[in-house]
Design a protein around this ligand. Sequence first.
Ligand SMILES: [Zn+2]
Length: 259
Amino acid sequence: MLFLKTGVMNKLPLLIMAAGIFFAIPSSVGAFSLVLDPGHSPDSPGATSCSGVEEYHYNDRLARHLYDYILRCNTPISVSVTRSPARSLRLSERVVSTGSSDLFLSIHHDSVQEKHLVRLARNGKSMPTSNAASGFSIFVSSRNRFYPESLRYARQLGRFLMAKGYRPNYYHSLDIPGEARSFIDKDACVYRYDNLFVLANANCPAILLEAGVIVNPHDEGFVSTITYLDAISQAIVSMCLTSDLPMNPTGAFLYQRLQ
Ligand SMILES: [Zn+2]
């Protein structure tokens, strides 16, 4: 496909992902339907890490880990994925069937502006490297039809990651060309980015997670560790399963209850 749709998936048997192909997860009545969208693709690989790995590999790895984690934990979450690792997909194709889902989660790994990159020789190649940014960040678009719900999910996820001790990336708020993004909730590292296509055009609540800054040697070292992949997966599952709990304007009540 691969844009597996939750409504279809509910009728399909056990979810297995093998040989780069995503299948369906068993769904329960009232299950939370989550669409994972691993950003970029072989044709449009995204950023290049400081060790020379293209971003889409990291996005695919996190999506795969999260997908397996949800299955392993036997949560009431039905999960689908917009593309298999080898598949390229246009932005419009990523959001075409999101209508009945509870959340569209776009998965990315971050870089920095060109002026903050230095090129270091490694293995005979020149690798983009920077210490100007580190950590996770989350984006929402106010053009999404479900902006309030999108923001709620984003704030929950940010707070769960903060509670686990992970570093927020404030780089995108710097007043430099290409950045200067507005914070909606700095305490959860949630930015407003209205023109991000998949966020603006998804027909359900939508958020984008930058899981780490892969041009930063420290971040690249930990974004693929099982500890971090499990922590992000746990935070995302918690976000889905607490989506109907009350949350005060600062998010503090929910944050304290779930620590
Ligand atoms: Zn990206």
